[in-house]
Write a protein that binds this ligand. Sequence first.
Ligand code: 4AD
Ligand code: MG
Length: 462
Amino acid sequence: MKRRIIEILRNGQSDESVTVQGWVRTKRDLKGFAFVEVNDGSSLASLQAVLKAEMPDYEATLKQINTGASVEISGVLVPSQGKGQRIELQAETVKVFGDADPETYPLQKKRHSFEFLRTIGHLRSRTNSLGAVFRVRNACATAIHQFFQERSFLWVHTPVITRNDCEGAGELFTVTSLDLKKIPQTENGKIDYSQDFFGGQAFLTVSGQLEAEVMAMAFSNVYTFGPTFRAENSNTSRHLAEFWMVEPEMAFCDLVGNMDLAEAFLKHIFKYVLETCPEDMKFFNQRIDDSVLATADNIINNQFERITYTEAIAQLEKATKTFEYPVEWGLDLQSEHERYLAEELFKKPVIVTDYPKQIKAFYMRVNDDDKTVRAMDVLAPKIGEIIGGSQREERLEVLEKRMQAQDINPDDLWWYLDLRRYGTVPHAGFGLGFERLVQFMTGMGNIRDVIPFPRAPLSAEF
Ligand code: 4AD
Ligand code: MG
């Protein structure tokens, strides 16, 4: 019977007949018999198959079985003499689907740097580290849906092509429907992008929030989970041009409800991943970052710190550490400031609220002081900002004033303003950067190594 290797390693019994399919990790030819490690991506561990010389075509088959070859092996499970494995497969038949020339196959039986692996993005998922990352990534996604579905949130699908710049940061990729060979040029020879999308202008979305707000005004609690795009040319280990975002939006909810949800949400995901991927998590702790398990424990068992932006600035001013960027009320927190608060001062996630309105998006609810807005950022040790959110401005006149102050044309967002005209309610939501979460969970140093096909400046291998 065809079985997944993880299932065999967990439940396989002696004398059971099984068939496995996968890729060869290593072969040891011991004259008269050979050990072949097969991995099918279902777990970190490979299944050891023992091939004996009595097998038909033994020599010819063995020649073809090199690291990277694809095989199907059938046989009987037997107790293993080897260390670290309970059971092994006594091979009876071996079929090689495709061999892999050891002279040219780029994945050798040694540790490769993540930089090198990025140049072979089509093969790197066959390594232990990337395999573990993508299993954990899958578990995070499952945990996210589970969390919201258990709470009756509706998963809504928001568009990738949009006409709005939700964050107002001007980090938009333009979408064109024009034939690139026939792009109209203006008189000065420049390309006219304003008519790009079937006569109008459109972009790749930076956030599904505004559309999520539309849906929350009908279904109360909703969430998005999809790709978002930012044309920021920042070559850092925490930024991608294409990343996935999870954005819950809740009607009849304020900032405190929003913070409570964000905290429960992160705790749930960490618990779920520890339960479902214990071997992968142990691997990260041993091989990538020895604080991974302690961090998970910290998230699950500690209450997050909650402070206002004004308190955060006071703390940063008191710090004995010297920062590269200035600390001053009114300036945005830089990643070094965020990390100081979470990593050094509180040693756990910190939720910073009530930022100055000048540095935050137009849709955030203005506080009575008229200086700050009901914003919240969740800052994590090592990563910095992992979640950004806010209570939204539900008062029409205040929102119109804010849009005017930020030079946003109300005609472009007439439908968004309509939500404040017809049945407006206090509401709130946040966005979790999915790759930042996976990075945080696994301890991986570079965000490009937690998404299968990273899109970032200077990296589009394919
Ligand atoms: O803080 P941001 O810009 O918030 C929003 O987009 C809101 N509309 C969310 C909401 O309230 N519904 O982005 C949210 C999160 C950040 O906290 C960060 O984790 C992640 O998205 N993020 C990025 N991740 C990878 N690469 C980038 N270039 C990112 N920019 C933001
Ligand atoms: Mg933000």
